[in-house]
Design a protein around this ligand. Structure first.
Ligand SMILES: NC(=O)C1=CN([C@@H]2O[C@H](COP(=O)(O)OP(=O)(O)OC[C@H]3O[C@@H](n4cnc5c(N)ncnc54)[C@H](O)[C@@H]3O)[C@@H](O)[C@H]2O)C=CC1
Ligand SMILES: O=C(O)[C@@H]1CCC=N1
Length: 263
C-alpha cells in the first residue's frame, strides 16, 4: 500500500526529495529506492525526525509494536500521523504513541498506484484544519478522497473500496477463464475482459443514469444478457455480495478489537 501511495504521489508531481520511506528489510529498501528513486531508511526514528507528516503503512498486526517503538520520536517532533491500517482505531494509535497525537485514519486502495485510488479519511480531535488539508492533499494525489464523520464508517469504506479492487479482479478472473472455456484464446479473453470492465466503469462515472438503468440498457428483452442476468439472480448474486461485504466489515471490527486492546 505504501508503494501505491508513493507511486501516486510521484506521478502527480510531488517532489520525491520530500519523501522518505522506511523498511526493516534490506531487499525491500533497495527495491523501493530502485523503483521510486527515494531514500529508504532502516531507522523509523530518524525518518520521523526529518518529517512533518508520517504515514503508518505496516500490517495491523505489527502496528502496536511499531507505534511503541516510535512513540518518543513522535512526541519529540509531533508530526501529523496518517494511518492506512485496516480496522485499527485512532484512539488505540493515539494511546500507543503517547497522547494528544494528531491522527488521520484512512482507508485507501491499491489503484492509488495509478492515481485512480479511492480513500476514506477520518480526523481525530487533535488534527488542525491545516493538517486536515495536508492529509487530503497527500491522499488526493492518489485519487479521490471522502471524509467520514464517524470513525466506524471507515470499516464500511474498507469493505467497499479498500477491499473492493480484489472483488473486481476476482470477477474479471472468472470472466476471462470462462471466455476461454467458451473458445476464445487467453490473450483475446484478457483484453476483452479488461476493456469491458474499463468501459463499464467509465460509462457509469460519466453517465447521469444509475447502474441499474445502465444494466437495463444492455439487457434486450429475451436476449443474451437477460439469460445471463437471470442466471446471476438465480444464484443469489446480491446476497453473495452482501454477505462478502458484511464479512469484510466485520473483519475490520474484529481486527480493531483483537489488536487494539482495551483502553
Ligand atoms: N493492500 C491493500 O490493498 C490495502 C492495505 N491497507 C493497509 O495497509 C497496510 C499495509 O498493508 P500491505 O501494504 O498490504 O502490507 P505489506 O506487507 O505489503 O507491506 C507492509 C510493509 O511494512 C514493512 N514493515 C514491517 N515492519 C516495519 C517497521 N517496523 N517499520 C517500517 N516498515 C515495516 C514490511 O517490510 C512491508 O514492506 C495494512 O495495515 C493494511 O491494512 C489499506 C488499504 C488497502
Ligand atoms: O485485506 C486487507 O486487510 C487490506 C485492507 C483493505 C484491503 N486490503
Amino acid at each position: 500500500m505504501a508503494q501505491s501511495l508513493i507511486g501516486g504521489l510521484i506521478a502527480s508531481g510531488y517532489n520525491k526529495q520530500n519523501i522518505i520511506a522506511t523498511d526493516p528489510t534490506e531487499a525491500q529498501r533497495n527495491s523501493v529506492t530502485q523503483n521510486f528513486g527515494i531514500h529508504c531508511l532502516a531507522d523509523n526514528a530518524e525518518a520521523i525526525q526529518r518529517s512533518d507528516i508520517v504515514v503508518l503503512a505496516v500490517k495491523p498486526q505489527v502496528l502496536e509494536s511499531v507505534c511503541h517503538s516510535i512513540a518518543d520520536a513522535v512526541q519529540a517532533k509531533k508530526p501529523l500521523i496518517i494511518s492506512v491500517a485496516a480496522g485499527i482505531r485512532s484512539d488505540d494509535i493515539n494511546r500507543w504513541l503517547g497522547s494528544n497525537t494528531a491522527i488521520v485514519r484512512t482507508m485507501p486502495n491499491t489503484p492509488a498506484l495509478i492515481q485512480t485510488g479511492a480513500t476514506g479519511l477520518f480526523a481525530n480531535t487533535f488534527v488542525s484544519n491545516e493538517q486536515q488539508s495536508q492529509a487530503e492533499h497527500i491522499l488526493r494525489a492518489a485519487g479521490i478522497t471522502v471524509w467520514v464523520d464517524e470513525e466506524a464508517k471507515l470499516d464500511a469504506v474498507t469493505a467497499l473500496s479498500g477491499s473492493g479492487p480484489a472483488y473486481y479482479f476476482m470477477f474479471m478472473e472468472a470472466m476471462e477463464q470462462t471466455a476461454q472455456t467458451l473458445g476464445l484464446d487467453e490473450k483475446t479473453a484478457h483484453l476483452l475482459t479488461l476493456q469491458t470492465a474499463l468501459g463499464a466503469a467509465k460509462m457509469a462515472l460519466e453517465s447521469h443514469q444509475d447502474c441499474a438503468t445502465l444494466r437495463k440498457n444492455v439487457t434486450s428483452p429475451n436476449g443474451t444478457t437477460e439469460r445471463a442476468i437471470q442466471s446471476f439472480e438465480n444464484a443469489g448474486l446480491h446476497q453473495i455480495v452482501e454477505n462478502a461485504m458484511k464479512a469484510a466489515q466485520t473483519r475490520a471490527q474484529e481486527l480493531a478489537d483483537e489488536l487494539g486492546g482495551k483502553a
